[in-house]
Design a protein around this ligand. Structure first.
Ligand SMILES: C[S@@+](CC[C@H](N)C(=O)[O-])C[C@H]1O[C@@H](n2cnc3c(N)ncnc32)[C@H](O)[C@@H]1O
Ligand SMILES: [Mg+2]
Length: 259
C-alpha cells in the first residue's frame, strides 16, 4: 500500500514539475495556463473579471490624470499579481520608439483590451493627433474607457466597439480622414492578414504607413508574416522580444507600406 502511495505521489510530483517547466518555457502552455486556467480560477474566487481587477488596481494605485502612473500600475499588477495580454513594459518600449519615430497624425489600433497599449500610444502623440482603437468585446471596452479616463487620455482616443472587419470599412467616412500613419495590430492573430488586406482595399494605407504587429511569434501569425515579408508592397523588419510579463520568446513585426 505504501509503495502504491509513494508511486502515485512521485507520479503527481513529476507531472507537476513537467507542467511548471512547460508553462515557463513554452508559449502555448504559458498562454493556456495564465489565460484560461488561472484567469477562470480567479474569476470564480473573486466574482469579477480580470479587466475589472486591473481597473480597480489602476484606480487605487495610479494618480488620476497621470498616464505614466496608470501604465506602471497595470505593469506592476500584471507582472506581480496576475498575467494579462497587454503588450507589456518591454515590448511597450518598442511600440513607444515606433510612435516617436513616426510622429503620426492618425493612428489605428486593432485590439484595445483594457487600454494599456492605447495609453502608451496616446501619451506620446503630437498635439492634434488622433488614435482610433477597435475592440469587439463590450466589457473590455467599458473597462478601457474607464482606465483611459483615469489616465486623462480619453479626449485623444476614439474607442469603437465592434469587429474590425465591420468597422474598418467605415473609418474613412466616420472620421473624414484619408489614411493612417501608424497601425498597431494586436487583436486575434487569425485576423491580422485579412485585416491588413482590408486596410489596403479600403485605401487606408499610404506609402510610408507603418504597421506594427505584436505577438507574431507567440501565439504567432505565420500567414501575416509570410505576406508582409514577401509582398513587394512592404518593407518588413522583425524585432525579437519576450512575451509580455514572461520569459517566453515572442516578436513584433514592423512593416512599412510602400504603395
Ligand atoms: C491582445 S488583446 C489587446 C491588447 C492591447 N493591445 C494591449 O496591448 O494593451 C486583443 C484584443 O483584441 C480584441 N479583438 C480580437 N479580435 C478582434 C476583432 N476582430 N475586432 C476587434 N477587436 C478584436 C479582443 O477582444 C482583445 O481584447
Ligand atoms: Mg499583444
Amino acid at each position: 500500500m505504501l509503495q502504491v502511495l509513494l508511486a502515485v505521489g512521485m507520479g503527481a510530483l513529476a507531472l507537476l514539475l513537467f507542467v511548471v517547466w512547460r508553462v515557463r518555457t513554452d508559449g502555448a502552455w504559458a498562454l493556456w495556463w495564465h489565460d484560461n486556467y488561472l484567469e477562470r480560477l480567479r474569476d470564480f474566487t473573486s466574482g469579477q473579471s480580470r479587466p475589472m481587477r486591473i481597473l480597480q488596481f489602476v484606480q487605487s494605485a495610479a494618480a488620476p490624470g497621470d498616464a505614466n502612473s496608470a501604465i506602471c500600475a497595470v505593469d506592476s499588477y500584471c507582472a506581480n499579481v496576475e498575467w494579462a495580454m497587454n503588450v507589456g513594459d518591454k515590448k511597450g518600449q518598442i511600440l513607444d520608439a515606433v510612435v516617436l519615430a513616426v510622429r503620426p497624425r492618425w493612428v489605428l489600433e486593432l485590439g484595445t483590451y483594457c487600454g494599456y497599449s492605447t495609453m502608451r500610444i496616446a501619451r506620446l502623440l503630437p498635439p492634434g493627433a488622433r488614435l482610433v482603437t477597435l475592440e469587439m468585446n463590450q466589457h473590455y471596452a467599458q473597462v478601457a474607457k474607464q482606465i483611459l479616463g483615469h489616465a486623462g487620455l480619453d479626449t485623444q482616443v476614439d474607442l469603437l466597439v465592434g469587429a474590425s472587419s465591420a468597422l474598418i470599412p467605415q473609418l474613412k467616412k466616420k472620421f473624414e480622414m484619408e489614411t493612417f500613419d501608424l497601425i498597431f495590430i494586436d487583436h486575434w492573430k487569425a485576423s491580422y492578414l485579412p485585416d491588413a488586406r482590408l486596410l489596403e482595399e479600403c485605401g487606408l494605407l499610404a506609402p510610408g504607413t507603418v504597421l506594427l504587429a505584436d505577438n507574431v511569434t507567440c501565439p504567432g501569425a505565420p500567414d501575416y508574416l509570410q505576406y508582409v515579408r514577401n509582398s513587394p508592397r512592404y518593407r518588413s523588419e522583425y524585432f525579437p522580444c519576450q512575451l509580455e510579463y514572461l520569459q517566453v520568446e515572442d516578436g513584433m513585426e514592423k512593416s512599412v507600406f510602400l504603395g
